[in-house]
Design a protein around this ligand. Structure first.
Ligand code: BES
Ligand code: MN
Ligand code: MN
Length: 456
């Protein structure tokens, strides 16, 4: 439609400026000192939703960071699309590795560089602008609701309860989310699988105080030595996870489906080049795409203890810690995996140390069906604006709340992500190409159009 393109062209600079203003608010959910910024971000988004044409927008307190709820009901008899996104971002550390300050957005080489440029401010904001465009051009054929949360990056601790408490308000036919990636700008894809997550913190305690590593070294168990051995034993030589029962509920994907997955374009050489690695490492018997898409994994996210400042201090530490995450596949249950992990981790602790393991957060995976009006509408929308039919793919990432949406609200989600793997989300120099930002805004209205046609 010519008028969509024209509206975009006429307003593109303003759209970008508005996104920049949102990015400049450092809404880092993990850090208490940013509590005012969280509030500022909600107020900003509330205003933008009103400006875009929402009838009612509320900033609703939760036990954690507030949720923004907005709506425009054009006709209760028409289908309703509920847009979900998050305004919180990951911490920016290590700051010194950023080429420009993380909360001062800058365009270089056609990309927006900033924390949140993609995840999820850039992607979420596309929906507000697409909503504005549809209102101004009289294209809206469905009711629209928005639920933008501020705790996604810390595991959405309040959102499930929020959904339980607001079930009626959140009633919708489909949840629309842009918080995932596509294969490439010339190979559009739709994410149909997300992994679940089980995130643990472990503590190993040896002697009751830090000791002189000469006077005691060799005679007393060193918790860091022990912890690293314990972690090493969690996977075997085939990169199989050794926790008993871990794979019990893993759904084996059929040969046919694996063959279908293998058709998705993937270049191992480019993959390795982009990461500066000379080999990929993962579970034996599976391809790289399969290792992240249909198989679980276990990773240490951080490990600490002892002396880590400049220079040398001879110390045999009293304690060692690690944060360990397990990505799960659909049908595995994160609570069950937490228990299996804790039981096993405690069981492999040698005499001479005490071990504690606890779960920090987690959630379930999700598989989105492809034989639905929502998938078909999304597929037609991408085909319209990218000129190519999108490929269904399974992502390795997690948005645990998506399975809660289905459980609590009984609503399925469609993942129309416009990010790229190279956007460096959660890393220094996170970025989002302008192409993707504008293409997203252009594509979203077609989803609404086709969805209302196909939903009848
Ligand atoms: N947007 C990401 C998840 C994502 C990114 C899924 C790319 C698929 C492709 C989300 O903000 C995120 O980072 N999720 C966390 C989980 C959460 C519980 C902290 C993750 O996957 O680590
Ligand atoms: Mn995200
Ligand atoms: Mn994220």
């Amino acid at each position: 439609m010519e008028k969509i393109k024209n509206y975009l062209e006429e307003n593109k600079d303003r759209f970008l400026e508005e996104l920049f203003d949102l990015i400049r608010i450092p809404s880092i959910s993990a850090k208490e000192e940013h509590i005012d910024d969280m509030f500022k971000a909600t107020k900003y988004i509330q205003q933008k939703l009103y400006d875009a044409g929402a009838d009612k927008v509320e900033v609703i307190p939760t036990t954690g960071h507030p949720v923004i709820y907005g709506e425009k009901i054009i006709d209760p008899a028409k289908p309703t699309v509920l847009v979900y996104g998050h305004y919180d971002v990951q911490p920016a550390e290590p700051i010194e590795l950023w080429k420009s300050p993380p909360f001062e957005p800058e365009v270089r080489d056609g990309k927006i560089f900033a924390r949140g440029a993609d995840d999820d401010k850039g992607q979420m904001f596309m929906h507000i602008k697409a909503f504005e465009l549809m209102n101004r051009l009289n294209l809206l054929t469905t009711n629209v609701k928005f639920m933008i949360e501020g705790e996604e990056e810390v595991g959405s601790p309040s959102l499930k309860q929020f959904c339980i408490d607001n079930k009626e308000k959140l009633k919708a036919d489909i949840i629309l989310i842009s918080d995932t990636t596509m294969i490439a700008n010339d190979i559009p894809s739709i994410t149909v699988g997300l992994r679940g997550l089980s995130y643990m913190e472990v503590e190993v305690t040896g002697p009751n105080r830090d000791l002189h590593s000469g006077l005691y070294g060799g005679a007393v168990a060193n918790p860091i030595n022990i912890l690293t051995k314990m972690i090493a034993s969690l996977t075997d030589e085939n990169n199989h996870i050794t926790i008993p029962g871990f794979y019990d509920d893993v759904e084996e994907v059929s040969k046919e489906e694996r063959a279908e997955m293998a058709k998705a374009p993937f270049n191992l050489k480019t993959y390795k080049n982009e990461l500066d690695i000379d080999e990929v490492v993962g579970e034996k018997g599976f391809s790289t795409i399969e290792r992240t898409g249909i198989r679980p994994s276990l990773d240490v996210n951080g490990i600490w203890g002892g002396y880590i400042e400049k220079g040398a201090k001879t110390v045999l530490p009293s304690k060692a810690y690690a944060k360990i995450s397990m990505r799960l596949v659909p049908n595995q249950n994160s609570k069950k995996i937490d228990e299996l992990f804790i039981k096993y981790f405690e069981s492999i602790a040698p005499k001479g140390v005490k071990v504690k393991a606890k779960s920090l957060h987690g959630g379930e995976g999700y598989v989105s069906p492809t034989d639905t009006p929502a998938y078909r509408a999304a597929s037609k929308a991408y085909t319209e604006t990218f000129g190519k039919k999108p490929i269904p793919t399974r992502s390795g990432g997690s948005i645990p709340i998506v399975s809660d949406f289905e459980e609590v609200l009984g609503i399925k989600s469609i993942l129309m992500g416009f990010g790229l793997d190279s956007d460096a989300i959660h890393s220094p120099n996170e970025n989002y190409p302008l192409f993707n930002f504008y293409k997203g805004i252009e594509t979203i209205p077609y989803f609404y159009k086709y969805y209302s046609e196909l939903k009848k």
